[in-house]
Design a protein around this ligand. Sequence first.
Ligand code: FES
Ligand code: FES
Length: 159
Amino acid sequence: MSQRITLKVNGKTLTRTVETDQLLVQFLREDLALTGTHVGCDTGQCGACTIHLNGRAVKSCTLLAVQANGAELRTIEGLAAADGSLHPMQAAFKECHGLQCGFCTPGMVMSAVDLVQHHGCHSETQVREALEGNICRCTGYQNIVRAVQTGAAAMKGGQ
Ligand code: FES
Ligand code: FES
């Protein structure tokens, strides 16, 4: 069965027909070619598929595309400025070497931006707790934590 949905993705309003059992992450990757949102597990464990839905971080493999009808989404492709300059959190991951293979990075960045936007303080403990749902198989997390703290400071400074 299919259904027509209208939603805003990275600032653009779109209408598409989707299968009612299509996952949101599949819709983003396969229908919209937004392949920066990754699939690591498909079962809500790894966080590689994290995006923002109505301003909050969600794992897009845990939602159906039809559940995003009427919503506003932001993916990693929509984070940089219109002129292509990196979002402060992306810049911090680059500067602090917060990635190796990069597979987890889009989800990490989207979760980190959510943390900064919705919580005031970013101690190492808070960052580690906030990123518990995002798994990285490469870095050992130390540089990711440093990147999030650096990015948080830059975001607060209005950069
Ligand atoms: Fe969604 Fe792993 S692919 S949490
Ligand atoms: Fe490779 Fe995180 S950088 S999984």
